[in-house]
Design a protein around this ligand. Structure first.
Ligand code: SF4
Length: 474
């Protein structure tokens, strides 16, 4: 379902209203949540300036508010995986934003007076940096498969690109994994569209990542992989889900020194988690997606039928026993609590429900992540009902509560890890504001972060002059 153009008061006025309403909340959080909620668009000049950037991977879901078929300038193969906002009229500290394409967004990245900037209705908000592509992005296998379509941004491997939860009675309702795989194939712009990634390709690409990290950092720094993919209900190529993913765990763990591998799948009983740990796994994330029991059962029909709410929560907590605190970070799709038609109707109810989950999980050593819901048009949720953007109050209040609860338990966090993505990996995840909130409130930026970001960004100044005239907006 196509989204209607977002029409409202100037976005800077909306932002400033939230700054006044939540003076304790870092302004970066408000803007980032809005950029992820409404998406953003690129002027011709800003799209031209993406040359050399770490391109958007479509690694799992599309994370776009529009289908690939509507991208007439091939934005899907030019836009960066994420970008960094900083400085500008609000003096922002750097935060990374996962690119969320939306032609109707009030936010446009543009080139103004030779500098790459974020604008809204022609007003410049702040500076923008595109992360430079790692060197391994230039490499291909003999059959033409690009290394970066096997391992995205040096840390993400989707081993199985589809899910055996199939159709509206089984697929999680927010998820567009199967539709995303289909649109990638139809676009004919990707070098690898088979559902299963060859294990030897994963090993080889990961070896290049390890070598590049050593070269960038000057030593073999620890680095982390998220290994993921669709659910395997029955056997896949003769292997159970655990056997299938264990091969990739070993391929990654043996790709270089100090490699940590975390797997995200359905929740698993203790004995299976222990077996996976014996295969070399370092962490496990059983992505629960939403805390409320009624919404969990409706939102995740396949997961509910196979595992069920009570087992999910118990096994998620049990996984801390196996992998330790800091290594159990289940994902939640932040905002689906308020999706139509069955979500909570008020911000208060939605925040209260998920805050209860935060308290419970952190008290058991689990550190949930909140990947902000992108309302992908090919997901079942977006097909079922019009899905307006989620109020910023929800994100601000929930992330503030997460910080408050985290202060009580002080669990290990994920930001600041070495990598090859934004800010050489040192920034918090680009897909949500959960760790940014803590990083900003605790002033936990590593020294010299802006220099590091600039060092690993594509040229962002002295660009050919370009401006977002109305003719460039669609
Ligand atoms: S388990 Fe759910 S979220 Fe994960 S790939 Fe399958 S349908 Fe999507």
């Amino acid at each position: 379902m196509a989204l209607a153009p977002v029409k409202s008061e100037p976005r800077t006025e909306v932002l400033e209203g939230y700054f006044r309403k939540y003076p304790e909340t870092p302004r970066e959080i408000v803007l980032k949540a809005d950029l992820l909620g409404l998406g953003h668009w690129f002027s011709d000049a800003a799209l031209h300036a993406t040359a050399g950037t770490l391109v958007k991977s479509y690694r799992l879901f599309s994370y776009d508010l529009m289908p690939m078929s509507d991208m007439k300038r091939k934005e899907s193969r030019k836009a960066p995986e994420d970008f960094i906002i900083l400085g500008g009229r609000y003096g922002l500290r750097p935060v990374a934003i996962q690119t969320t394409l939306a032609a109707n967004s009030p936010y446009v990245i543009d080139v103004v007076e030779g500098r790459l900037v974020l604008t809204s209705e022609g007003e410049v908000i702040c500076e923008v940096r595109y992360p430079v592509a790692p060197k391994y992005y230039e490499k291909s296998f003999e059959d033409g498969t690009a290394y970066h379509e096997i391992v995205a941004f040096g840390s993400f491997v989707t081993a199985f690109r589809t899910c055996q939860y199939w159709g509206p009675d089984e697929e999680c309702r927010f998820c567009d994994i199967n539709e995303n795989a289909r649109q990638m194939k139809q676009s004919q712009d990707f070098t690898f569209t088979a559902p299963i990634k060859p294990v030897d390709y994963v090993h080889e690409a990961a070896k290049s990542v390890a070598a590049e990290i050593k070269q960038r950092e000057g030593y073999s720094a620890p680095h982390y992989y998220i290994l993921t993919g669709g659910t395997i209900l029955n056997k896949l190529h003769g292997k159970t889900e655990n056997e299938f993913y264990a091969e990739y765990v070993q391929a990654l763990r043996t790709s270089g020194p100090r490699v940590h591998v975390e797997l995200q799948t359905n929740a698993k009983p203790l004995a299976e988690l222990k077996w996976l740990q014996q295969q070399g796994l370092n962490g496990h994330h059983s992505n629960m997606e939403v805390w409320d029991r009624r919404l969990f059962e409706w939102m995740n029909p396949g997961k509910n039928r196979r595992v069920g709410y009570d087992n999910w929560v118990k096994w998620m907590c049990d996984s801390v026993e196996v992998f330790g605190e800091g290594n159990v970070n289940p994902n939640f799709v932040g905002g689906i609590e308020m999706s139509r038609p069955y979500g909570f109707e008020t911000v208060e109810e939605a925040v209260a429900s998920t805050t209860e989950g935060l308290e419970f999980m952190m008290s058991h050593g689990v550190t949930p992540r909140f990947n902000q819901w992108r309302r992908e048009p090919n997901s079942d949720l977006a097909k079922q009902a019009e899905q307006p953007s989620i109020p910023l109050d929800y994100y601000i209040q929930l992330m503030r509560n997460r910080w408050e609860i985290w202060k009580k338990y002080r669990l290990p966090l994920r930001y600041g890890r070495v990598g090859l993505n934004s800010g050489s990996g040192r920034l918090a995840a680009s897909h949500g504001t959960y760790d940014d909130y803590i990083m900003l409130m605790e002033d936990a930026y590593p020294p010299g972060i802006v220099d590091l970001i600039n060092q690993y960004s594509t040229p962002y100044e002295n660009l050919p002059y370009g401006s977002t005239g109305p003719g460039l907006r669609r």
